[in-house]
Design a protein around this ligand. Sequence first.
Ligand code: NCD
Ligand code: ZN
Length: 342
Amino acid sequence: MEQLTLTRPDDWHLHLRDGEALKAVLPHTVRQFARGIIMPNLKPPVRSLPDAAAYRDRILAAIPPGQTFEPLMTLYLTDNTRPEEILKAKDSGFVKAVKYYPSGATTNSEFGVTDIRKCDRIFETMQQVDLPLLLHGEVTDPDVDIFDREKVFIDRHLIPLKQRFPQLRVVLEHITTSDAVEYVLNADNIGATLTPQHLLFNRNRIFQGGINPHFYCLPILKRETHRQALLKAATSGNPKFFLGTDSAPHTRTSKESACGCAGCFSALHALELYAEAFESVNALDKLEAFASFYGPDFYQLPRNTEQITLTKTTWRIPDRVPFTESGLVPLRAGQEMTWKMA
Ligand code: NCD
Ligand code: ZN
């Protein structure tokens, strides 16, 4: 197959940052995706409806002229979020979900929730008005091994949460383990996003020939058996699993550092990376639904109607995307890709 035509996809988990960084990264996403679920982990985070409205305006203002993109906003859940904020967010029409970060789990998560059970009043309201909850599904307990943090979160927090709020619609974000796949397959009112890095690489990639900070993201890459389970889920045609890049830009110098930031930057070539992953298991016929149908279906939004085309051709991923003196390093920079979006 030399060409692949798909309904234009959406990105159901995206970090756009703010200010100059937003201007540098947004055009890449706009080229590939029609809509994106915008992560609220700014500094300070997007905690209220006015925060979300103002951030949405800044995103809209940064869209290159003549192009279209719809930012689907999220609120950042804290210990102090009030039920009224949830009602206002739901009424706004442009806030599509609420994001839970365990305090201390990842980039800008210091405002995150200290104990998930403290948020039951919020979950009650979200369940009532049917506003989805997006989970960074990792425990932060330093006694738990970093490779086990997702599984322990599911056992310790997610299973009890779904027992307390069975109708609450949940997305387990950027899943990384066969445990998460199993759980999502067997629970109700739950979906999961999958990133290109977790479909393409296992944890060896972080240490191949030396330490490779551009493959460090959270949740961290896992062993090969998990990658295979994720790829199987993504290509299974099950609508619970859909595309969410988790493109998370950090400058090169903040990645290549004694204490480097977590996050892979994939906005430039996300769709091509997914195509490669799907092709590796002869499942290109399953890519369109994963990338373009199951996300809007979960969020109860219309599917896009426009189409895009991928062509089989070899090209080299640039070493840097311009931003500050340091630049941004795309995922798998300098290496060859076999698909290219027109
Ligand atoms: C994200 C970031 O940099 O904002 N980093 C990452 O490794 N995925 C935060 C997140 O989604 O955990
Ligand atoms: Zn993320």
